[in-house]
Ligand binder design. Structure first.
Ligand SMILES: O=C(CO)[C@@H](O)[C@H](O)COP(=O)(O)O
Ligand SMILES: [Fe+2]
Length: 224
């Protein structure tokens, strides 16, 4: 299993001071920057694109950037995120006509590739592309907005995804996204997640380090 990683979603950060916010959350102990890209087509919201990813790199952010693409069609924006310095690029299978090709595009660009599953999307396609994914992201809310409530059925789905990863023998991150907080992170880790996206739970509090420390305290009880 991969080491636990905390990935704050900058969707809930103050966009007017984005560079400082990212610096601050990394200084508070975050491992990965989760970068939500929404196109007002695949999801009913519009956020940030490759220019902002590139601006964060130019500003000096060196931590891994996990670009969660909620964009349809996805292929034509993949190259821009590779150029912009994304580390992980994940997309929803519903947003690609050719899932295998999209994964290959990401990997050919030197990035790690991942598939994202909405709460009601089955994991079946994984069977055919397990050798091409570096990350499996399970949505525990319907995509489009921060600040929603964790859907409990995702815990069973995490166990299902964990079993697939373990059977593959590959190093694949199992990321969870939506409604993650200090109260539920332990149960989520026990169900098999190793990478935890949290937006509102971190950025809506004044002390990011206090939240991240509390999350790590909960995680330490899962893997002592
Ligand atoms: O991808 C998404 C929403 O579509 C997420 O990454 C959210 O931004 C997570 O926010 P919280 O649920 O943690 O507030
Ligand atoms: Fe996300």
């Amino acid at each position: 299993m991969q080491p636990f990683a905390i990935a704050p979603s900058i969707l809930s950060a103050d966009f007017a001071r984005l560079g400082e916010e990212v610096d601050k959350v990394l200084a508070a102990g975050a491992d990965i920057v989760h970068f939500d890209v929404m196109d007002n087509h695949y999801v009913p919201n519009l956020t940030i694109g490759p220019m902002v990813c590139s601006a964060l790199r130019k500003y000096g952010i060196t931590a891994p950037i996990d670009a969660h693409l909620m964009v349809k069609p996805v292929d034509r924006i993949i190259g821009d995120f590779i150029e912009a310095g994304a580390s992980y690029i994940t997309f929803h299978p519903e947003a690609s006509e050719h899932i295998d090709r999209s994964l290959q595009l990401i990997r050919d660009g030197g990035c790690k590739a991942g598939l994202v599953f909405n709460p009601a999307t089955p994991l079946e396609v994984l069977k055919y592309v397990m050798d091409k994914v570096d990350m499996i992201l399970l949505m525990s809310v319907n995509p489009g907005f921060g600040g929603q409530k964790f859907i409990p059925a995702t815990l069973d789905k995490l166990r299902e995804a964990r079993a697939l990863i373990d059977a593959s023998g590959r190093e694949i991150r199992l990321e969870i996204d939506g409604g993650v907080n200090v109260q539920n992170i332990r149960a989520i880790a026990e169900a098999g997640a190793d990478t935890f996206v949290a937006g509102s739970a971190i950025f809506n509090q004044p002390d990011y380090q206090a939240v991240i420390d509390a999350m790590r305290g909960e995680l330490a009880q899962v893997r002592a």
